[in-house]
Design a protein around this ligand. Structure first.
Ligand SMILES: Cc1cc2nc3c(=O)[nH]c(=O)nc-3n(C[C@H](O)[C@H](O)[C@H](O)COP(=O)(O)OP(=O)(O)OC[C@H]3O[C@@H](n4cnc5c(N)ncnc54)[C@H](O)[C@@H]3O)c2cc1C
Ligand code: SF4
Length: 512
């Protein structure tokens, strides 16, 4: 009996459950399908990255003497979707059973669950054990809780995996050192360049293909310096641990115009497609702490992202889907401004973040949250449009991780499942945490009137627009007390300027 082992493009790990028991008579099948590349128009660099990683992974499987069939996007026989490709392979090789690891996206899982009936052969779907918290473990944690706060989930994970623990207590006697992780960057701060991997012939070939077939997709393919193999991804991880982790915590929230990566790890794309595993990243950081190569605020800060946020976000996705995708608690409906694609806006912070995204298929967390996300929240952008944008533009974006970050953390569209209050901020925050405002047409210190930073009046307008929905949120008491102190003329001026501003981009025109 020939068993088909179907591997998705974000399952590029040798320890994948569906690969573990492979025998020499089994067929491992990987396919590049047009449907997945185009159901949303992924960033060109993201496509180069995934297709190149897939091709390298198929080669690595072949080196292990596995029987691999690989279907290229340009093959004339390629049927263009997972299901149609599976059907083709089943009849070509007389397949009697399919084994796969559960896909990471709800839509694909739903499709896979129809295969058994449709193909009339057994389809075994294995749990994805590459995550540190299983779906059922998360459900158990969430069960009966009124609020699902990440911080408490994270503490359980720390205890469960014995990470940064000493005698059942957190190392340093605190669970969280976030208060030390909010410094802006001094002017002369030296930031080491992250490791650049030299592209090989496979990547060059994929790049040509992507430029030919997906030329109308957002983003640049050049320069390409991401790892596409596990061994290079491990070098990138090591590079982060040895050159950037020590300052990761202190400058975690800082933004500098010409420094897209700051001290961030730049590993999410490798984690999410399977080239790296979360525990090896956590242990590498923990070891750096015990070897006194990085301070606790940095190491704990990094571990909280991987062991806490990443697992928590995945847990929320599977707990709340499919309804989560439709949530829009603030009834936001404004279309995405065209400058999210062109990068052409006089707001320098957005200009920088969008153009870096276009170039690198990457923006670091604070750019995603406090610049792009904050703007999307304050301007009342439609959650569907914002989710699609984030899903398209980042090389690490898969629905399971993008959706709760956007609908939960950024837009408050889930009504407070992920965040206890909207992460709304005025221009003062961006001024404090970055050097963007120095080169901006607007003034962050001007609250209203000509030349005022749009974040300033959009901020108060947001609280006015959502008055009835948010005024009783205990964490927004201070904001509403301040707002209630504004006289009617001030409120009217804020609303008028905000509406004039958004009308510009509604019409596809810049506000300059
Ligand atoms: C609006 C928005 C959208 C996002 N979309 C994605 C996405 O599509 N894919 C994605 O992997 N991350 C997403 N994130 C989380 C985070 O911004 C990225 O993981 C991070 O910027 C990746 O860069 P890095 O590897 O340098 O991360 P670092 O800052 O160095 O953090 C280390 C690792 O922690 C994990 N991590 C940190 N924060 C989060 C988080 N909030 N959720 C999940 N994992 C986290 C990532 O695996 C990351 O690689 C999003 C955040 C926001 C606010
Ligand atoms: S002034 Fe306002 S729009 Fe300009 S960079 Fe600063 S925060 Fe952004």
């Amino acid at each position: 009996m020939t068993v088909l082992r179907f591997i998705f493009g974000d399952q590029l790990s040798m320890d994948l459950p569906s690969l573990k028991t492979t025998s020499s008579s089994d067929l491992v099948f990987m396919t590049e399908v047009n449907q997945e590349a185009t159901h949303i128009k992924h960033h060109k660099k993201k496509l180069v990255f995934i297709f190149s990683c897939m091709r390298h992974f198929a080669n690595a499987l072949q080196k292990k003497k596995l029987n691999v069939e690989y279907s290229y996007l340009t093959d004339s026989h390629n049927q263009g979707s997972f299901k149609a490709e599976c059907r083709r392979i089943i009849s070509k090789h007389n397949i009697r059973k399919i084994i796969l690891t559960e896909p990471s996206e709800y839509r694909v899982l739903e499709d896979v669950l129809t295969w058994e009936t449709e193909f009339e052969i057994p389809v075994e779907v294995l749990e994805d054990t590459r995550f540190l918290c299983s779906k059922s473990r998360f459900k158990k944690w969430a069960n009966g809780k009124k609020q699902l706060r990440m911080e408490f989930f994270y503490r359980e994970m720390r205890k469960e995996y014995d990470i940064l623990m000493e005698n059942d207590k957190p190392v340093g006697n605190e669970w969280n050192f976030d208060s030390q992780n909010r410094q802006s960057a001094p002017e002369n701060l030296k930031i080491p360049q992250c490791h650049h991997v030299k592209e090989d012939d496979i990547t060059i070939h994929v790049k040509d293909m992507v430029n030919d077939y997906f030329s109308d997709h957002f983003g640049d393919t050049e320069p390409f310096f991401y790892a596409v193999t596990r061994s290079d991804a491990l070098i990138c991880l090591k590079d982060f641990i040895t050159t950037r982790l020590a300052h990761y915590g202190t400058y975690q929230d800082a933004m500098i115009e010409d420094e897209p990566f700051m001290f961030h790890a730049l590993i999410s794309l490798y984690l999410n497609c399977g080239l790296l595993g979360p525990m090896e990243c956590i242990l590498a950081a923990q070891e750096a702490y015990y070897q006194k190569k990085a301070p606790l605020n940095s190491v704990e800060g990094f571990i909280r992202q991987v062991l806490g946020w990443r697992e928590y976000i995945r847990g929320i996705y599977w707990l709340k889907m499919p309804d989560y995708k439709e949530e829009n608690a603030l009834d936001a409906s404004r279309p995405l401004p065209s400058f999210f694609w062109s990068g052409e806006t006089a707001m320098n912070c957005l200009n920088v973040a969008i153009n870096q995204t276009k170039k690198n298929a990457y923006a670091h967390h604070i750019q995603r949250l406090m610049v792009l996300g904050n703007f999307s929240l304050l301007a009342g952008l439609d959650p569907h449009a914002v989710n699609e944008w984030y899903h398209i533009v980042y090389a690490d974006a898969y629905e399971w991780v993008e959706l709760p970050n956007v609908s939960g953390m950024v837009l408050f569209a889930d009504g407070g499942v992920v965040a206890s209050k909207p992460y709304a901020a005025s221009g003062s925050y961006i001024k404090k945490m970055s050097n963007y405002c120095k080169n901006c047409a607007y003034s962050p210190d001007k609250k209203i009137g000509k030349g005022a930073c749009p974040f300033n009046y959009l901020y108060w307008n947001f609280f006015l627009v959502n008055y009835n929905k948010l005024k009783s949120n205990p964490r927004l008491g201070m904001a509403y007390r301040t707002l209630n102190g504004f006289d009617d003329d001030k409120k009217l001026a804020i609303q008028e300027q905000a509406s004039e501003f958004v009308n510009y981009f509604d019409k596809g025109v810049n506000h300059d």
